[in-house]
Ligand binder design. Structure first.
Ligand code: UT7
Length: 332
C-alpha cells in the first residue's frame, strides 16, 4: 500500500479582529476572566460583506497551492470539514469546488466539529493509500460568529469561538507521511455542546421562528465544565493510542499541534507529556477556538515559522462536540 503525505498547508482568517476589550463593552465579561480561563486575547469574526466559509477555504487553499507550486487543476478530490456551512445544504465541498473553478471532481463534507479536520485527514489518507486519488484537498473552515449569542446570556461561548479556514494537500509518497489516524465518538454527550436548530425532527409548526422560545435555538450551547473534564481525559487517551499503535513514545514527538479549544487544556496535555513550550504549538491567543479550522491554521503558522522540519514527528489531537475525539501521527 502507498503512503500519503501532506505536501502543502495554507490558511486564511477574516481581517475583522474582535478583542476581549470589545466584548466587555457588549456583555458582562472582562479581559482578565477571558485570558485566565481560556488564554484568548482576540479572535477574528467574519465581515458579511466579504467572508463566506467557501471563500475563506478557497483563500487557504490558494496559499497551500502556491507554497507547493501546485495549481487548482492538480486537485482531484475535496474533503471539507465544517459544522458551519454556508447553506444547510448542499455542503461546503461543492461550494469550494465551484469557487476554485474545478469541474466535476468529488467533494465530501465532514461534520465532526473540533475533530472534523482529523476525521477529514483520515478519510483522505485512506483514499490516497488505496490509490483512488492522487491529490486531495483537505479543508477545515468555520464561520461561528453568526451562531453565537453575543450577550451576557451567551458569554461562556461568545468569548471563545472564532472564524477562519485552513487547508492541506495530500499526495502519495514513497516514504511514510501520515503514520496513523485514530477516530472516536460518544453520542451520549451530544447535547453538552450543540446547536439545536435548524434540526429536522420536530413538527413544522414547532420549528417556526415565532414558536421557538428555547434559548438553544440557532445558538451554540455548551456545558463548559463537562466538556473540559472529558476533553483532558480523551486528548491524553487518543495521543497515547497513536503512539502505541506506532511503537513510539512521547519522547519521540517533535511538535504537538492540539485543537485550540482552551489554552488550559493544551497546557494540561503539555505537562502530562512532559513537552517543552517549543514542542506544543498554540495560537488560540490570536484566533480563539475555530473548531475544524484550528488545527490546519495552527499547522500552517507553525510551518511558516519554521517549527516543522523534514522527518519531524508531528502529533495532531482534537476533542469536541459529539463528543468526538481523534489523533494523527505524521512523519513530516
Ligand atoms: O472546542 C472543543 C470544545 N470546547 C472546549 O473544550 C471548551 C471546554 N470548556 C472551557 O473551556 C471552559 O469550561 C470555559 C472557558 C467555557 C469556562 O471556564 P470555566 O472555568 O469552566 O468557568 P465556569 O463555566 O465554571 O464559570 C465560572 C464563572 C461562572 O460564574 P459563577 O457561577 O461562578 O458566578 C460563570 O457565569 O464564570 C462565569 N462566566 C463568565 N464570567 C465572565 C462564564 N463566562 C464568563 C465570561 N466572562 N465570558
Amino acid at each position: 500500500m502507498r503512503n500519503s503525505k501532506i505536501v502543502a498547508i495554507g490558511h486564511h482568517v477574516p481581517e475583522n479582529i474582535i478583542t476581549n476589550q470589545y466584548l466587555s463593552t457588549v456583555m458582562d465579561t472582562n479581559n482578565d476572566w477571558i485570558v485566565e480561563r481560556t488564554g484568548i486575547n482576540e479572535r477574528r469574526w467574519m465581515d458579511p460583506s466579504k467572508d463566506t466559509v467557501a471563500n475563506m477555504a478557497a483563500k487557504a487553499t490558494r496559499m497551500a497551492l502556491e507554497r507547493a507550486k501546485l495549481t487548482e487543476k492538480d486537485i482531484d478530490f475535496i474533503v471539507f470539514a465544517t459544522i458551519t456551512p454556508d447553506y444547510f445544504f448542499p455542503g461546503s465541498g461543492v461550494l469550494l469546488q465551484r469557487e476554485l473553478g474545478l469541474e466535476s471532481i468529488g467533494a465530501l463534507d465532514i461534520r465532526n466539529a473540533c475533530s472534523g479536520f482529523i476525521y477529514a485527514l483520515s478519510v483522505a489518507d485512506q483514499f490516497i493509500k488505496t490509490g483512488m486519488y492522487k491529490t486531495i484537498l483537505v479543508v477545515g473552515a468555520e464561520i461561528q460568529s453568526t451562531a453565537l449569542d453575543i450577550t451576557t446570556r451567551g458569554r461562556n461561548t461568545a468569548v471563545i469561538f472564532g472564524d477562519g479556514a485552513g487547508a492541506v494537500i495530500l499526495q502519495p509518497s514513497d516514504k511514510p507521511g501520515i503514520l496513523s489516524t485514530h477516530l472516536h465518538s460518544d453520542g451520549r454527550f451530544a447535547e453538552e455542546l450543540y446547536v439545536k436548530d435548524p434540526g429536522s425532527s420536530r413538527p413544522h409548526q414547532e420549528r417556526q421562528p415565532e414558536q421557538i422560545t428555547d434559548t438553544s435555538t440557532f445558538k451554540v450551547v455548551m456545558n463548559g465544565n463537562q466538556v473540559f473534564k472529558h476533553a483532558v481525559v480523551r486528548f491524553m487517551e487518543v495521543i497515547n493510542e497513536a503512539l502505541e499503535a506506532n511503537n513510539l513514545s512521547k519522547e519521540d514527538i517533535n511538535l504537538l499541534v492540539p485543537h485550540q479549544a482552551n489554552l488550559r487544556i493544551s497546557q494540561y496535555i503539555q505537562e502530562k507529556l512532559a513537552l517543552s513550550n517549543d514542542q506544543v504549538y498554540n495560537n488560540i491567543m490570536r484566533y480563539g477556538n475555530t473548531t475544524a479550522a484550528s488545527i490546519p491554521i495552527a499547522l500552517s503558522e507553525a510551518w511558516a515559522e519554521g517549527k516543522i522540519k523534514e522527518n519531524d514527528l508531528i502529533c495532531l489531537a482534537a476533542f469536541g462536540s459529539g463528543f468526538t475525539w481523534a489523533s494523527a501521527l505524521i512523519r513530516w
